[in-house]
Design a protein around this ligand. Structure first.
Ligand SMILES: Cc1cc2nc3c(=O)[nH]c(=O)nc-3n(C[C@H](O)[C@H](O)[C@H](O)COP(=O)(O)OP(=O)(O)OC[C@H]3O[C@@H](n4cnc5c(N)ncnc54)[C@H](O)[C@@H]3O)c2cc1C
Length: 538
C-alpha cells in the first residue's frame, strides 16, 4: 500500500475543491493534494454549454443519485445528478450565475456563521468575478477575477425577448443584471461561459494552479473514510483504480465532496448521529447529531406551451437545424449551442407586503419531452417552457449512510413540502406562472398549452400538480451546516467540525441555509473565504 504525505488534503475537485486547491497552493509554502473520484473534464459535451442536457444523464460524469420515496412528492423517487469529474457539479451544471440575495447571507450570520454577512461576502464576489457585458456600444469587461460571467443575450433566441415583455406587462421590473441588483426583477440570465465554452470552477481555479510543483491532483481516487487519531483527523484512506492508499495530512483534511458525499464520509468515519452510526456497526468517535440533517434543496415546477412563432425548437428539434447549429458552433463558438438552457428569469415577490423576493423564475425558449430514464427529446414544432421555484423552503431532509461500505450510495430523503409554508409557496409559485401565461405578450405567441394546462388549475390542483411533477433544481445544501453548537450545526464559523481537529468541511453542505437562487456562485465564494480562514490559521 502506498503512503503519501501532504500539508493539506482536499477531498473532491468540485466547485469548492478547485478553489481551495488554487488558494492553498498559491504561496508555494504548503504542499496540497486534491483527490477526485471522477475522471478528466476534457470532454466535448462538458465544454459545450448546451451539452448540459447530455451530462445530466451520463453515468461517466455523474454520481446519478436517486432519492428515497419522497412523501411530499406523492412518494416519488427522483433523480439527483451530481458531477463526478474534475470540476464536480460545476462541470455538468446549467451555468446560471447567481450570487444569492443579501438577506440569504445576513441569515447565515444570524444562524451563527459570524463573518459571513452580506457586506463581507459581497467583497469576496467583487474580487472573484469578471463580467463580460453588452453595452450600447459593444461588449465590455468589468472586474478581473477568475470567475468569468457572461451576458449571452446577443446569442439567445429572439423569442426570449417575449419573456421580458411579459414580465413588464405583469408588473415585474425588467433589470439589466440580476447580480448587480439588490432588488427583485427579471433579466437575461448571465452564465459561467467564456468564449463559447463552459467556464467551470476547474477552468477558473484549478487549471491556472496545475503547473505548481506543490500541488498534486489524483483523479479516479475514491476516498473511503477519514483516518483519525482520537478526535484528530490525520489523513484519509482511499482507493485509486482499486488500489488502496493512505494519505497523511500534516495540517488539515478539507472535505469538499459536496452536500451528499461530505456528510456520508463523516458518518462512515464515525462522525455523525450516534444512533445512525451504531445501526451500521460504526464506532462513534464524536456524536454529531446534525451531520446529514437539515438538507435543503430547491424544487421547481415547469409548464410548456406550443408557440405560434419560431423558438429554439425550429433549430434544435430538426436534424438540419442541429447540423447547422453544430457547424456554426464549430466555426465560431457562437449560436444556440453556445448558450445554456436558462435564458431569462429572475426573482419576484408573490405579494407586495413580502420584504424580499420569494420566487425564482426560469424561462426557456424551447419545449421538450422527457423519457422515463430522463432522456430529453426536443419537440419538432415551436414551443417554450416557464418554470418557478420557491426561494427559501423551510422543509428539511436527511442524508444517511445505507451501509458501512463506502461504495454504497447514501439514503437521500428530501422531505419535500413537509411544512405548510412550503405547500403555500408551491401554490404561490405556480400562480406567478399563471400571471405570466395570462399576459398579452405570451398569449400572442402561444397556440396552446401542452398538458397539463396551467390555466385550468385552481389552488388544489396547482398543489397536486406540483407534488406530481416538481423536480429538484439540483441545489442540495446545508447537510453539514455552520452554526453555533453541536446541537444546531456541524461546523463553527471557520468551517471546523465541532469537537474534531485537523478537519474542515468547505462546500455546499456548509451553508447555514439555502440561498434564494442557484448555488454554484455561493459555493465558490464560500470556498474562497474558507481558504482565507485556513491560511490565517496556518
Ligand atoms: C445538473 C445540475 C445543474 C445545476 N445547475 C446550476 C446552475 O445553473 N447554476 C448554479 O449556480 N448551480 C447549479 N447547480 C448546483 C451547483 O453546481 C452546485 O451547488 C455546486 O457545484 C456544488 O459544489 P460542491 O463543491 O459543493 O460540490 P461538487 O461540485 O458536486 O463537488 C464535489 C466533488 O467531490 C467529488 N467526490 C465526492 N465524493 C468523493 C469521494 N469519496 N472521494 C473523492 N472525491 C469525491 C465529486 O466527484 C465532485 O467532483 C447545478 C447542479 C447540477 C448537478
Amino acid at each position: 500500500m502506498k503512503h503519501l504525505e501532504f500539508d493539506y488534503v482536499i477531498v473532491g475537485a468540485g466547485s469548492a475543491g478547485c478553489v481551495l486547491a488554487n488558494r492553498l497552493s498559491a504561496s508555494g509554502k504548503h504542499t496540497v493534494l486534491l483527490l477526485e473520484s471522477g475522471g478528466s473534464d476534457a470532454r466535448f459535451w462538458v465544454k459545450v454549454p448546451l451539452g448540459y442536457a447530455i451530462n445530466v444523464q451520463n453515468p461517466a460524469v455523474n454520481w446519478g443519485y436517486q432519492t428515497a420515496a419522497d412523501p411530499g412528492l406523492n412518494g416519488r423517487s427522483t433523480s439527483w445528478p451530481r458531477g463526478k469529474l474534475i470540476g464536480g457539479s460545476s462541470s455538468i451544471n446549467a451555468m446560471t450565475y447567481m450570487r444569492g440575495l443579501p438577506v440569504d447571507f445576513d441569515d447565515w450570520e444570524a444562524a451563527g456563521a459570524r463573518g459571513w454577512g452580506w457586506d463581507t461576502v459581497r467583497a469576496v464576489y467583487d474580487t472573484a468575478e469578471t463580467h463580460s457585458e453588452l453595452q450600447d456600444f459593444g461588449r465590455q469587461t468589468r472586474g478581473d477575477g477568475p470567475i468569468h460571467v457572461t451576458d449571452l443575450s446577443d446569442q439567445m433566441s429572439p423569442f426570449s425577448r417575449v419573456f421580458l415583455d411579459a414580465a413588464a406587462e405583469a408588473g415585474y421590473p425588467v433589470i439589466k443584471d440580476l447580480n448587480a441588483s439588490d432588488t427583485d426583477g427579471i433579466s437575461y440570465y448571465r452564465s459561467t461561459v467564456r468564449n463559447g465554452f463552459r467556464w467551470s470552477s476547474a477552468d477558473a481555479f484549478l487549471r491556472p494552479a496545475q503547473r505548481r510543483t506543490n500541488l498534486k491532483v489524483l483523479r479516479n481516487a475514491d476516498v473511503d473514510r477519514l483516518i483519525l487519531d482520537g478526535a484528530r483527523v490525520t489523513g484519509v484512506a482511499l482507493q485509486q483504480r482499486g488500489a488502496p492508499q493512505i494519505v497523511k495530512a500534516r495540517k488539515e483534511v478539507i472535505l469538499c465532496a459536496g452536500a451528499i458525499n461530505s456528510p456520508k464520509l463523516l458518518q462512515l468515519s464515525g462522525l455523525g448521529p450516534a444512533e445512525v452510526l451504531r445501526a451500521h456497526g460504526i464506532d462513534v468517535v464524536r456524536d454529531l447529531p446534525r451531520v446529514g440533517r437539515g438538507l435543503q434543496d430547491h424544487l421547481a415546477v415547469s409548464y410548456q406551451f406550443k408557440a405560434k412563432t419560431p423558438t429554439l425548437n425550429n433549430i434544435l428539434g430538426r436534424r438540419l437545424g442541429r447540423l447547422r447549429a453544430g457547424m456554426q458552433y464549430l466555426a465560431t463558438r457562437k449560436g444556440p449551442l453556445a448558450v445554456p438552457v436558462n435564458q431569462v428569469g429572475g426573482f419576484v415577490r408573490t405579494a407586495p407586503n413580502i420584504t424580499v423576493p420569494d420566487i425564482q423564475l426560469y424561462f426557456n425558449p424551447v419545449s421538450y419531452g422527457l423519457s422515463a430514464s430522463g432522456d430529453v427529446t426536443v419537440d419538432a414544432t415551436p414551443g417554450y417552457q416557464i418554470s418557478a421555484q420557491p426561494c427559501r423552503p423551510t422543509s428539511t431532509g436527511t442524508i444517511e449512510i445505507s451501509s458501512p461500505h463506502a461504495q454504497d450510495a447514501p439514503i437521500i430523503q428530501p422531505n419535500s413540502l413537509e411544512t405548510d409554508d412550503d405547500k403555500a409557496g408551491a401554490i404561490a409559485a405556480s400562480k406567478v406562472l399563471q400571471r405570466f401565461a395570462r399576459t398579452a405578450s405570451l398569449r400572442a405567441v402561444t397556440s396552446e398549452a401542452k398538458a397539463p394546462d396551467l390555466m385550468e388549475m385552481d389552488d388544489t390542483s396547482l398543489l397536486q400538480d406540483f407534488q406530481n411533477r416538481a423536480s429538484t433544481v439540483y441545489h442540495p445544501t446545508c447537510t453539514c451546516r455552520m452554526g453555533r453548537t453541536v446541537q444546531d450545526s456541524v461546523l463553527d464559523e471557520k468551517l471546523r467540525v465541532h469537537g474534531v481537529s485537523g478537519l474542515r468541511v468547505a462546500d455546499a453542505s456548509a451553508f447555514p441555509n439555502i440561498t434564494s437562487g442557484n448555488t454554484n456562485a455561493p459555493t465558490m465564494m464560500l470556498a474562497l473565504r474558507a481558504a482565507a480562514l485556513i491560511l490565517e490559521d496556518a
